[in-house]
Design a protein around this ligand. Structure first.
Ligand code: NAD
Length: 376
């Protein structure tokens, strides 16, 4: 900003010719001081046009203030025309999995959002980074910690930003729980309980039940929400985990875990219990403190969340979580705003997932965790 007056800077912005690279080099406060309405919106390419992209992300992108849907990447040719017509996407902004790397030369794509089965997250996130694009990778971040490291390294090498699709960090009820916990509003926290589960009965051939494509069952899918809940519900990373697995429908859940419970210890003395399942429906976060309690129920669905504390009900404006999430990431890229769900957070959760599977494999043994401040 030394070499450019604010007036000239605002004028340049209003012409829409300031690229995101230039904006991202500016201090946050400085970019916020600019006329936000005239800022360039970042172009997002969705990779994988399955149910989450179709029913949540693409509609949310229509409402975003800092980004928009500029391109699609799909392995299903029949979807191309439908999406082009619906979202006004030009022919040159349609890619498939084979010609995906050509996206590097497409200036209307700033962010690549990977929304594929878990086994494809690392490959496409790394290719996206190598194409010089910022990356949002869906949860769970990858199949294992090694893949998380490879994604993080690729983004660092390419000097691009990396976020995980943890939409709840942009969601007002969850943010209020984080505020309550940080402020110790109800005194010392003693116990956190979290449940993230739904009953799966549809197509037994779906990728979520295929270990090669999913990397695991309920724990990899819903379990990461329960892990997240106990961490933002306590404000700390756990120092140990002990886990159990339950199976009641082995004919349906042939390869992947059906129900898992796990208990966590924390340095401050907090104790936590989670349950995740593909066989029962449950969605809740509860925190018990010396001087009161807090609760979200539901805690991680994308239908509106609801919550209350021992002081009374919580009441926040409901907006599409994915709009808030993608705008937060775009603001991170554009203005250096905080990255609310960075790659290190996704990696930390994968370390915990691996420890839970290890505990179960070892006959419910307590597994120590040495996470420090990772992802907090
Ligand atoms: P989906 O099954 O509806 O869509 C998967 C997409 O991947 C489809 O377009 C499919 O054609 C494509 N695909 C490519 N190769 C495939 C293969 N070998 N097998 C199956 N599909 C293949 O899944 P989804 O619900 O859209 O989930 C996609 C990702 O998004 C997953 O990682 C999931 O965990 C994540 N997700 C996140 C949230 C959230 O709230 N953050 C919600 C739903 C899904």
């Amino acid at each position: 900003m030394d070499h450019i007056s604010r007036r000239k800077f605002n004028k340049t912005l209003s012409k829409g010719i300031v690229g995101s690279t230039f904006l991202s080099s500016l201090p946050y406060a400085c970019a916020l001081g600019a006329d936000q309405n005239n800022q360039k919106k970042l172009g997002v390419a969705l990779v994988g046009l399955g149910s989450y992209s179709t029913y949540q992300l693409a509609p949310a992108l229509m409402d975003c203030e800092y980004c928009y849907l500029s391109a699609i990447v799909t392995g299903t040719p029949e979807k191309e025309k439908i999406w082009q017509d619906k979202y006004g996407i030009t022919r040159e902004n349609v890619y498939n999995y084979d010609n995906f790397d050509k996206i590097a030369s497409n200036n209307s794509v700033d962010i690549i959002y990977v929304v594929l089965p878990n086994s494809m997250h690392a490959d496409f996130s790394i290719r996206a980074a190598r194409a010089g694009k910022h990356v949002i990778c869906e949860k769970p971040m990858a199949m294992n910690v090694e893949e998380c490291d490879a994604i993080i390294d690729a983004c660092k090498k390419a000097n691009v930003k990396l976020g995980v699709g943890y939409r709840l960090h942009s969601e007002p009820y969850t943010k209020e729980i984080k505020r309550i916990v940080a402020a110790k509003e109800f005194g010392k926290i003693n116990y956190i309980g979290a449940e993230a589960a739904y009953r799966s009965t549809s197509n037994p051939e779906q990728w979520r039940l295929n270990i090669e494509l999913s990397g695991g069952g309920a724990l990899m899918n819903m379990g990461v929400y329960a892990i997240q809940s106990v961490i933002y519900g306590s404000g700390e990373n756990p120092i140990s985990v002990t886990a159990q697995e339950f199976s009641t429908r082995p004919d349906y859940f042939k390869e992947t875990d059906e129900t898992i419970t796990a208990q966590f210890e924390f340095e401050s003395g907090v104790f936590a219990n989670i349950m995740t399942s593909h066989n029962v429906s449950a969605n809740k976060l509860f925190g018990s403190c010396d001087n009161g309690w807090f609760e979200l129920d539901p805690a991680s669905t994308y239908i509106p969340l609801a919550g209350r504390t021992s002081k009374g009900p919580l009441n926040f404006k409901q907006e599409r979580q994915q709009k808030l999430q993608m705008d937060d990431f775009a603001k991170h890229v554009l203005m250096g705003a905080p990255n609310v769900a960075p790659g290190e957070m996704g990696k930390r959760d994968m370390i915990i997932v691996e420890a839970i599977y290890k505990s179960i494999a070892a006959g419910n043994k307590k597994i120590p965790l040495n996470l420090g401040q990772m992802g907090l």
